[in-house]
Design a protein around this ligand. Structure first.
Ligand code: ADP
Ligand code: MG
Length: 729
């Protein structure tokens, strides 16, 4: 075995479980310990300010300088007690991750002394410059400053010695350069539009909140093996590697008992997460070997998204203590399942009603059906945009592979709900809706809750599935900022609800009673968006054909999918809801293309280096050993016998030569294709060229490398193999 690989395996096997010192307190005691929660605000901020501050947090009231100063003082006092010496505005640039620039709590006095300082101004707004983040053209002028501004709705927290303040990140012009700004706007848009519709049913509703419960899938790999795989290190996935003879066929990993070393990691991760106020709850082995999942209790979407981003960084940190590397890439290994981040999404009112849960009586069920059907309409109308919102160079490997939903957005409802909608669609307003003396309605939908109780019908192949009291957007990738998908669904549903209200009001103005007006519009919508409903097998080829017939977006080229960001329907929808302007959408689309190109460019370079520095030299060395053997056969035996005895070697020599020749010529071709692509003008053209010319070459090269892995002497192979990466834990 090559020295490199042997050392990596030896180190990996020597890594024992790192025992975690579990806290003596119960989770309910240390939950949120490192968070500046409301309770702590009460302790550290003057009473006279508190009510105003809560008004800022809960109702988005403007923040005055006085409040900001008092909050900053309180925050600093609290953080200092935990030894925090620095603070940072923590934001979410369009790279998809999070960004931070730390500043010490110090200032210089005129006398030349140093003071600990943290003012309201510093809390409220910063100009981190941060000009190197992708901006898609928004910051190309000389006025191109970037500002971060406090998001009071998400509490500050401490990591290490730093107080982290969640912020939005915008350009001088006010245009968004991040995911948080439009996500917050989409939350308000949905709140307003949904409240207006709720008032048909209940005048006490004054606020609708959107919720998110994400399920984070990930892989763990031993750090020694990871370090011996430059592709994993630099791109987050293996660019080559033959299937392991055993992988997930036996499904013996899924929900299996958690390996001890992993369990210690998970325990440590849970403790750290709980301290940061992330309500982590569920953990289990996933389908692929070395693949796991973690899910929290759902929260308000903006907070939940912050928590997911924070969790991803905590995971990486904690994994290192346990000599693991965490892989958040959507497809680190070909041939086994990839990782997603199912986003469970719902809407709830201030009166405690989940708008996506069937109710106890006919009236609440009419409300439920109203919201359900409007979601269907929104997903139908914007299925292309929703796909764009989850598409990336990395997620492309997972979508449409045999374990993940295809690159077509459809909605699964299950037989019971489908039945209800079918009945409603056919019912006539007079027969279907009976309003008796007590003003009770009979829609034939009154008993939905009972039938839903045994709704075990959980179609795993659907990208957007109704699961009883929420929708599960399953197409989201494991490494993504879920904000991208959540702001798209929030805004699309908001636009749809505005439209619904208009349609219903028009009928009411014409003299139609309210219930009949609601019923008539719902009925019309059920027919209009039928094409989006699909309960069958999303993995099948028939579905692809059928979806195309239904007019759903079936594009699979990621750069082309991104164009939905700038389609007239998208621009109009985001404008109506005031979530993103046309120029912000153009900039986002540019960034998507640019990021796509860069990711593939890096992968292609890493692949080129690895094959030329590892695969080709090792294969040639093995080939020459075989050649020596053939020559020596000729010395030892007569020509005929030597030929017979060396037949196998000759065959392998020819095979190796074939693969090596193909690899070298494809690598040259790939280099030439990159040169052509890089010279193209415009991010769209570049991304398309990378997708159309470079990706296919990478796939071809990989095939040859994986074949070589099966013939070249294992002792000489330098890179850890799948069976090692996936099974050592
Ligand atoms: P499964 O893997 O079976 O889909 P999990 O238990 O792994 O389910 O995750 C379900 C996620 O959905 C959790 O984060 C949970 O808090 C969340 N969830 C449950 N109810 C709602 C809801 N009404 N709105 C949003 N998320 C929800
Ligand atoms: Mg789950």
């Amino acid at each position: 075995m090559s020295k490199l690989r042997f050392k990596a395996l030896e180190d990996a096997c020597s890594h024992k479980p790192v025992a975690v010192a579990t806290p003596t307190e119960r989770p309910s005691v240390f939950f949120g310990k490192m968070v500046f929660t409301r309770e702590k605000m009460k302790e550290y901020i003057a009473d006279t300010i508190l009510d105003q501050l809560f008004d800022v947090i809960d109702n988005g009231k403007p923040l005055s300088r006085d409040i900001a100063n008092s909050v900053a003082m309180g925050m600093k006092k609290w953080a200092s007690e935990f030894g925090a010496t620095h603070y940072t505005h923590w934001f979410q640039p369009l790279t998809g991750g999070t960004a931070e620039k730390h500043d010490g709590f110090i200032d210089k006095t005129p006398e030349g002394k140093v003071l600990e300082e943290f003012s309201g101004k510093l809390l409220y707004q910063q100009e981190p410059d941060a000009s190197s983040f992708p901006n898609g053209g928004i910051r190309n002028t000389f006025e191109a400053r970037g500002y971060s501004a406090w998001d009071p709705s998400s509490p500050a927290f401490i990591v290490g010695d730093t107080l982290c303040i969640p912020t939005i990140f915008v350009a001088y012009t006010g245009e968004a350069l991040d995911y948080k700004t439009p996500l917050i706007k989409s939350v308000s848009a949905l709140d307003k539009a949904a409240v207006d519709v709720c008032r048909y049913f209940d005048k006490n509703v004054s606020k609708v909140t959107s919720f998110l419960g994400w399920e984070q899938e990930y892989f763990l790999v031993d750090e020694a093996l990871w370090a011996a795989r430059p592709d994993l290190m630099l791109t987050g996935r293996t660019l080559m590697g033959h299937d392991s003879a055993k992988n997930q066929q036996l499904e013996d990993h899924y929900f299996g008992s958690i390996p001890e070393r992993v369990l210690q990691f998970m325990t440590d991760l849970e403790i750290e997460s709980l301290k940061l106020g992330i309500p982590v709850k569920t953990r289990h082995n996933e389908v692929a070997p070395n693949q796991f999942e973690l899910a929290p209790v759902y929260e308000e979407v903006n907070l939940a998204n912050d928590h997911n981003l924070l969790l991803m960084s905590v995971m990486e940190r904690v994994a290192r203590h346990h000599h693991f590397r965490v892989l958040l890439h959507e497809k680190p290994f070909s041939g086994v399942n990839g990782s997603g981040k199912h986003c469970n999404w719902s809407m709830g009112t201030n009166t405690g009603v989940n708008l996506l849960a069937p109710g106890k009586n006919a009236a609440s069920n009419l409300q439920f059906i109203t919201f359900l059907v409007n979601v269907l309409m929104a997903v139908h109308k914007h299925n292309g945009l929703l796909k764009a919102s989850i598409s990336s160079a990395t997620n492309a490997h997972r979508l449409g592979a045999n374990e993940a939903p295809p690159a077509i957005i459809s909605v699964f409802l299950g037989t019971q709900i489908t039945d209800v909608l079918d009945k409603l669609e056919k019912a006539s307003a007079d027969k279907g809706i009976v309003i008796n003396a007590k003003k009770e309605m009979k829609l034939g939908v009154a008993n939905i809750p009972e039938i839903l109780l045994d709704n075990t019908d959980r179609n795993r192949t659907s990208p957007f599935a109704f699961t009883g009291n929420r929708f599960e957007f399953r197409a989201v990738g494991s490494s993504a900022n879920c904000g991208g998908a959540m702001l798209a669904i929030n805004a699309a549903v908001a636009e749809q609800l505005i439209c619904f209200k208009k349609d219903v009001d028009t009928l009411i103005e014409k003299g139609e009673p309210k219930e009949r007006a609601l019923f008539a519009v719902i009925k019309r919508y059920i027919s209009a968006c039928k094409a989006i409903r699909f309960d069958g097998n999303g993995y099948s080829d028939e579905w692809k054909k059928e979806a195309e017939k239904r007019g759903l977006d079936c594009e699979t080229s990621v750069p082309l999918i991104f164009e939905h960001y700038i389609s007239p329907d998208t621009i109009k929808m985001f404008k109506t809801t005031n979530v993103l302007s046309e120029s912000e959408l153009h900039s986002r689309c540019e960034v998507k293309w640019e990021t796509y190109t860069k990711k593939i460019q890096i992968e292609s370079r890493v692949l080129g280096d690895l094959v030329m520095n590892h695969i080709v030299p090792v294969s040639s060395r093995y080939q020459s050993i075989l050649l020596d053997n053939v020559v020596r056969m000729k010395e030892a035996f007569d020509a005929k016998e030597a030929k017979e005895l060396a037949a196998q070697d000759t065959l392998i020599i020819r095979r190796i030569a074939g693969h090596v020749t193909a690899i070298v010529s494809k690598v040259d071709e790939m280099l030439a294709a990159r040169k052509i692509a890089n010279r193209l003008a415009g991010e769209r053209a570049k991304a398309l060229a990378y997708h159309d010319t470079i990706v296919p070459l990478m796939e071809e090269i990989r095939k040859h490398v994986d074949e070589l892995e099966m013939i070249v002497d294992d002792e000489m192979w330098t890179l850890p193999k799948y069976r090692e990466l996936l099974f050592i834990r």
